[in-house]
Design a protein around this ligand. Structure first.
Ligand SMILES: [Zn+2]
Length: 269
């Protein structure tokens, strides 16, 4: 959610109405109000779902909110259409046979394999696995597999693979660069691919598993380089370039793919 903050000084006459709505429609867009007792700043956020959120003081009047909306309408429309474009590019996965899923920069096709567990049957893989250019789900249940269940399964499969790939990359590059982090945390912060703290800990996002291996390597190199330079100075970039000469290309991939791993989120996230 992108946000802009603007100071809105309330006129002394602003009265609090007991019948204030928490949400209302404005020019066809659903506006949700978040009232905060001491907020002096009106804050505007455009949601991925297509609505607009405004956090404002408890005393802010509807008239003030509407004029605030009118003032920023152009920006709101631009942001909403941007969200629409992103949504079209990343439709919600339906987990149908043949649907494609990005993994390490490659598009895999989903397939299901029904396994019958019989006595003496040799070991057959259950759950998600990758074979050739297919993402296969092996299952032995008779009931329908719901998308919610499959999304959870897929998420833990990607998480496991992502953690493994990142740990390997950290091992390889920390020995090559002679830079060893105190601790490595692999999480799934939505808006961050990686970070490095002044204490020498690095954090990486396992959702990078959707990215090509060169991109994963670049993020690891970038964060390890921060162990030496905790800034983006020219010394920092030349250290990065020594281990990743085409880092600008990898940066561009990250810039264009902020929402690419979002299929790993549940619809409410
Ligand atoms: Zn950095």
């Amino acid at each position: 959610m992108e946000q802009i903050s603007l100071f809105s000084l309330l006129p002394k006459s602003a009265k609090r109405s007991p019948l204030f709505p928490n949400s209302f429609m404005y020019r066809g867009v659903c506006i949700t109000l978040i009232r905060k007792p001491y907020r002096r700043v009106m804050q505007l956020g455009v949601e991925m779902k297509g609505g607009v959120q405004i956090s404002c003081a408890r005393r802010t009047t509807l008239k003030e909110i509407k004029s605030f909306l009118a003032e920023h309408w152009k920006w709101i429309q631009k942001e909403l259409s941007e969200r629409q474009k992103i949504k079209r590019r990343h439709p919600v996965k339906k987990f149908r046979t043949g649907e494609s899923f990005l993994f390490q920069g490659k598009s895999l096709k989903l397939q299901y394999k029904h396994i019958r567990i019989r006595q003496n049957e040799p070991f057959i893989e259950k759950g998600f696995y990758i074979k050739n250019k297919n993402l296969i789900y092996g299952w032995n249940r008779l009931e329908d597999l719901g998308t919610h269940f499959l999304r959870q399964e897929l998420r833990s499969f990607y998480e496991k693979k992502g953690k493994l790939l990142l740990q390997e990359a950290v091992a390889v590059f920390s020995s090559r660069m002679q830079l060893v982090p105190k601790a490595v945390r692999i999480g799934s912060q939505r808006s961050l691919w990686g970070s490095c703290s002044s204490e020498g800990n690095i954090s990486l996002n396992w959702r990078l598993v959707v990215a090509p291996p060169e991109v994963i390597n670049y993020v690891v190199i970038h964060e390890l380089a921060h162990l030496k330079y905790l800034d983006h100075s020219s010394a920092f970039w030349s250290l990065v370039a020594r281990f990743c000469p085409d880092y600008k290309k990898q940066e561009a991939w990250l810039g264009h793919n902020t929402y690419t791993p979002d299929f790993l989120l549940s619809p409410s996230e």
